[in-house]
Design a protein around this ligand. Sequence first.
Ligand SMILES: Nc1ncnc2c1ncn2[C@@H]1O[C@H](COP(=O)(O)OP(=O)(O)O)[C@@H](O)[C@H]1O
Ligand SMILES: [Mg+2]
Length: 278
Amino acid sequence: MGKEYACDNAIKVENFSFKYVKSDRQNQNRLTYKDVLKNINFEVASDERISIIGPNGAGKSTLLLNIAGLMDEYFDAKIKNDSGKIFIYGKQINSKNIYDIRENIGFVFQNPDDQLFSTSVFEDVAFGLINFLAKNKDSRVNDKKYIEDTVNLTLEMVNLKNKQEEIPHFLSYGEKKLAALATALSYDPKILILDEPSSNLDPKNRNNFIRLIKSLRKTMLIATHDMDLAYEFSERCIILNEGKVVYDGKTKDVLKNRSFLVKNGLDLPLAFKNSEIV
Ligand SMILES: Nc1ncnc2c1ncn2[C@@H]1O[C@H](COP(=O)(O)OP(=O)(O)O)[C@@H](O)[C@H]1O
Ligand SMILES: [Mg+2]
């Protein structure tokens, strides 16, 4: 699914800045601002994979949510809290086209419990698919077999075929992550964005999950502070620190540079630490 746009870039972020605005608890008229993203620029080619690396609080999740158009609560806010532009396949995200654009993007939240809310895995995975079919007035929305086949295929992709009738809440954490991924894959978005995909997974589930996402042919962005994951996942990485891009280039080059990493609140990946000890 997803709309076709004639454009080489899947994603383009241009001079983008973002601040959170809060009103004071004592005095509702007094607003406080927190500058989180500061003049971000980068482009992502179609089918490219990029790791967004940075320490806690760097602004990774905020950046991903803005790219996915999931900050729309702010579109109607009286105070403009962003500046610059984000393009998805050449279309600048705005309050009118946001729902169209979202069809191109699957988002996997850090915590799968934020994504699973139905009474069966099947329903959770069918939800996005049905939603977009209905929105596009696609007659397949009434085609039970089409929906069943698509959901089953998606569950097969993430190795959860036998879990479709289970209650998501009672799945293991590793299975929840897979189910959350399936909810984002059911409508076959061109872009897949994952926030901290390896967090809280044990080594076996982590490797399984990473192998799976690496096998998908999609434009992919992940946010992570797992340096080994970034090294494994993508040739290119973008390092964010305090809301600014401090590096955009080859992952393997920067991940060897301990002093640069430490200066930016990060550390060498284990893969390089071990070779240092030897
Ligand atoms: N909803 C919010 N309201 C106010 N401040 C927020 C909100 N979400 C995140 N922040 C702040 O924005 C900064 C960046 O957060 P985040 O994007 O979550 O960073 P990261 O994902 O890199 O850890 C942090 O200082 C965080 O406290
Ligand atoms: Mg985060």
